[in-house]
Design a protein around this ligand. Sequence first.
Ligand code: ATP
Length: 314
Amino acid sequence: QTPSGTAPVIAANGSALQGVTSKPSKMTHPSQFTFEKELGSGSWSTVMEATHVATGKPYAVKILSKAQLIKLKKVKYATAEKDALVKLSGTHPGIVRMHAAFQDDTSLYFVLDLAPHGDLADLVKKHGSLSLRCARWYTAQIVDAVLWVHRMGMVHRDLKPENMLLDSELRIKLTDFGSVYVSPDGDLSPRASTFVGSAAYVSPELLNRASKTTSSSSDIWAIGCSTYFMIAGTPAFAAINDYQSFRKIEALDYTFPEGFYDIAKDFVQKLVVLDPADRLGVEPKSSPSELRGHQLFTGLAYSTTPEESDGTPV
Ligand code: ATP
């Protein structure tokens, strides 16, 4: 039975989940999986490693509690995440693939590619910081995947190293599209928005009480912050609480630690810019190809579209 008062909302979403299941594995119910360890969790979801019994294949299953979604008024975020993953799945190697989505009485389930090496935040924490070679390899893939999301008419809005998974070959796969903005007409120019995302990676335009606008440029800011994190080992705008992080972001109050590579510093300084119109890659003042052409990537060849290559820098 569904929790009292929840049936209409979830039933509507549930019917929208129909047709997502990919053939021929026909994943339609949690009983078709054995659930193993927990991979991570958020405020209203848990991600579990699971094996699809019929095929023996491992997956990551994101389980979203219906009761929590309703209590926290997050149903629309779950729907947006599912819709974005349906549109994006299989279109780019740098984006996590959703193989099926279904529900039971208590939860929604998204069956995702398993990223066996965890996420980029864990990798950086494990090593303290990354070399320039590693940081540019990951940044190139992030840029490629994010520009693809933009080309598909979406803004991720919660880019951070925790949402950048590592596949079996340690390549990036973007995940967690719960805060995604999907443009009805592909137009990603600035528009009114409420704050979504994570404190240390949120862009200043989303904090400005007067304007509160979002655009694809907010993702560009977060890419710059992610590159900073890979090399510095701590977020640029880390603070004792979210409020302090926000104040630092609004004042562009951050410094580079000693030894931060000059070429990466230049890249970060061109993306982590207060005015969203002035960030590298943002049209009309700049362009995606200018972003891809930054010196940080010199010597790396990576795809401009998934059709051209598998998106991996070589
Ligand atoms: P948040 O509240 O932080 O936004 P969330 O509830 O939306 O989190 P996700 O960000 O999708 O959940 O996943 C939480 C964590 O679970 C990730 O940071 C990652 O460590 C792990 N995880 C998610 N998806 C996968 C996957 N496909 N393979 C391996 N680990 C994963």
